[in-house]
Every structure is written in C-alpha cells, then in structure tokens.
Design a protein around this ligand. Structure first.
Ligand code: CTP
Length: 399
C-alpha cells in the first residue's frame, strides 16, 4: 500500500509513545521507508533502538547535531517525505508547531516539510481541553494539517476523558488516505452497493445469499483512497466497512432500492456489486411460522431490479457499472444484462471457477463494455477494484 513512500514519524514525550512502535512496524510492513524523529523527552518513554530496529533507519533525536552533513541530511529527509506524522503529539509540540518554532530536530524538520502533515494529539484531558491547546490545534487545521481526534477512555494519569492516542491501525488508515494513491478521483461522487439482501419470511427467518460484501468494500475503499466522495449502500456483512466512506446500512432489496434511487441523481459513478434478491416472500408472516407435518411452499414475488431502474433513468455523463454472477454461459448472459440494463460496463464472474465468487479474497473477472471484453487473471479483490476503477476512469476520459 505504501511502497515507494517515505514517511516521517515524529514521536514526542507521552506515555502513548510505546504505541508508535506498532505504527512504525505497520508502516514498514506496508512497504514504506520510515524515518523516526524523537524529542529527547520521548526517549524517556521508549528507546530509539526500538525504532531503529523496526525501521532499519537511524533515529533522529532531539539534540542538535552540529555535524553539517547530518543537518543537510535531515533537510533532505524533509524534502523527500510523502507525509509527516507526529504521534503522539504533546501539547508542547503542538504549541511550538502552531507558532512556527523550530528549536529541535523534530520541529525543524517538520517546519521544512512541504508534504501533507498529520498530528495525533495525546495528553491529559484537561491539557487537551484547555482553550490554549484547542486554539493551537485550530491554527494547525488552518495551516492545512490534519488533526486526528484523540480517543476517550481511561488515561495513564488516572483521568477519564478525551486524550488517548487512537490505535495504530486507525492512524495507519489516515496515512493511507493521505498518501497511498494519486488523487485521480477528486471531486467525483461514487455510489457503491455491496453485500447480500435479506428478505423476511417471518420475524425469525429470511432468504439471503452467500455474498460477503468484500468486492464492493474493496471498490469503495479504492475510490475513497483516490479522493472520491464515496457512499456505500451495504447489506448486512461480517466485515468492517472501509473508513472515510458514508455507509448506508440496508437489509432488504426494497431498502436498497430506496437508499440507492434517492441518492443516484447526485452520483458520477455507480457500481452495483451487491447481490440483490430477485424474489421475496409475497407475504411476511407477523408471527413465527409453526411447523406441521404437511409440506410448505412460500409464494415469492419479484423485487424491483435496481440496476435496470438506474439504467432507465441514467443522468447524462453518469457511469453505470453492474456485476454479473453466473454459473454457466457467463459471457453471453452478462452481455445480455449489459444491454438490457443500459450499462456502461458489467463485471462478469463465474461462481464455479476456483478462486472466484463469494466469500473468497480473490476473484476472476471479465470486464465487459459495449466495445470490448477484458479478461483479468485470478487476483485479489483489492487489485480487481483498482483495475476496474482504472478502466472506468479511462473510459470516462475517452467519452
Ligand atoms: N441487481 C439489482 N437489482 C436486482 C437484481 C440484481 O440491482 N433486483 C443488480 C446486481 O447488483 C448486479 C446486476 O444487477 O449488479 C446483475 O445481478 P445478477 O444477479 O447477476 O443478475 P440478474 O439481473 O439478477 O439476473 P439473473 O439472476 O437471472 O442472472
């Protein structure tokens, strides 16, 4: 995710400094080159050797090194950074940065950075809530820095309230959003549907399918990382939706129809990866259906075809992409859906091919447009999402 990226990680003197070791490790595992800058106070909480071992790079520490070469090296670091993060950021370092002070290696390097900057405050609740700290944070926001709000809970000092450093995984997601992808979807509004629908039989039972939501979630995340404003309409799944997207949870095909059609006019791109039920029980029993010795049939009625509705009511310039799950005659059936639903693209996959379909982390898909058919090899759903979006952006540019 961060291959080829250089991350400057500033660590200041707070108890949360120990969590920064996990963050450094996660960044390295994501492929980034990580350089850690510590204040002298931070070295009272965690040793530089921890960071040096994790990152493979020399840790830059507070005391000014009078060696000219080293000084030049740290400016070079500032120049090649893709993002500079301070986690944890004490009230003291926040105050210094807000006023352009550069009296140690961390603040000097930070001031020399032109790249995006992320500040992760962590401190005692009273210090955090103090108007001086809040004003300083507001100043940093005005200077274009991203502030990650601290979590609330029991703090090391014994107080309970806001001031905890969020978990490293959470900070990592902010760093991904900041620099993992070129922002080639800025200004675009994208709606993605994902997961299965559930059609109630009675208060206890429902009809559904095996969709895990993984493909749709990967697409939503890819669009978000590329700078799009993403709405994710999702059926119930067992996985976490991506951060920084507007998640609209739905249950039935009817809920999904309402959630999608009430938002579709606003969208530049709509990608329907959800597995929507084609039929629902004609009647939903108010009470639990009791068993008897006789056979039971459940009469079903058609649900609305959401994608067809969107195709019939497409606004000019809107790009509409569907998915097609087949177990036989994949190409032929999918091409028919492309035409029938008035789509710009359909992504076909055959459930019976190994590595494809529901619940796996991989898929084998064929991207079909009115003019061309592109087969992709077996790959992760994340990689498919990226290629699919590349293809959509290229087609939009052509037209
Ligand atoms: N779809 C939809 N509303 C429905 C059924 C399907 O929006 N009621 C969408 C799906 O989200 C998918 C596409 O239509 O993007 C194709 O779904 P699929 O189940 O493969 O095909 P169907 O059109 O339902 O046809 P069939 O089930 O007969 O293959």
């Amino acid at each position: 995710m961060l291959k080829g990226k250089t991350i400057l990680l500033g660590v200041t003197g707070g108890i949360a400094a120990y969590k920064s070791a996990s963050l450094a490790s996660m960044l390295v595992k994501s492929g980034a080159e990580v350089h850690v800058l510590m204040t002298e106070h931070a070295t009272n909480f965690i040793t530089p050797i921890t960071f040096e071992t994790l990152t493979g790079n020399r840790c830059v520490i507070d005391t000014f090194d009078r060696n000219f070469e080293f000084h030049v090296e740290h400016v070079a670091l500032a120049q090649k950074a893709d993002v500079a993060v301070i986690a944890p950021a004490t009230a003291n370092v926040i105050a210094k940065i807000a006023h352009g002070m550069a009296d140690d290696m961390l603040t000097t390097t930070f001031l020399a950075c032109r790249c995006p900057k992320i500040i992760v405050p962590a401190m005692n609740t009273a210090m955090y809530e103090n108007a001086v700290t809040q004003n300083n944070l507001e100043a940093l926001r005005k200077y274009g820095m991203e502030i990650i709000d601290p979590a609330s809970g029991r703090l090391a000092c014994g107080d309970t309230g806001a001031g905890k450093m969020p978990e490293p995984e959470f900070i990592l997601q902010h760093i991904y959003r900041c620099c993992a992808c070129p922002k080639d979807m800025l200004g675009l509004k994208v709606l993605v549907t994902a997961g299965p629908t559930r059609e109630a039989i009675d208060p206890v039972r429902y009809i559904t399918n095996h969709s895990s939501g993984k493909m749709g979630y990967s697409i939503a995340r890819d669009c978000m990382l590329r700078g799009a404003q993403v709405t994710l309409v999702t059926g119930k799944t067992a996985i976490e939706p991506p951060m920084f997207v507007d998640v609209i949870p739905v249950t039935s095909a009817r809920d999904m129809f309402d959630a999608v059609t009430s938002r579709s006019r606003d969208m530049d791109i709509i990608i329907k990866a959800a597995a929507v039920a084609d039929y629902r029980p004609s009647q939903v029993a108010d009470e639990k259906v009791k068993k008897s010795d006789a056979e039971l049939s459940i009469p079903l009625e058609r649900t609305d075809d959401i994608l067809k509705f969107l195709g019939d009511n497409k606004k000019p310039g809107q790009f509409l992409c569907g998915f097609s799950m087949e177990t036989e005659n994949m190409l032929e059936n999918s091409k028919k859906k492309l035409v029938k639903k008035n789509l710009d693209m359909i992504i076909a996959n055959n459930l019976k091919v190994k590595g494809a379909g529901f619940e796996t982390d991989t898929n084998i898909v064929t991207m079909i447009t009115p003019d061309c058919v592109t087969e992709l090899e077996l790959m992760s759903k994340d990689d498919i999402a990226t290629l699919l979006i590349n293809h959509i952006l290229a087609l939009r540019q052509e037209s």
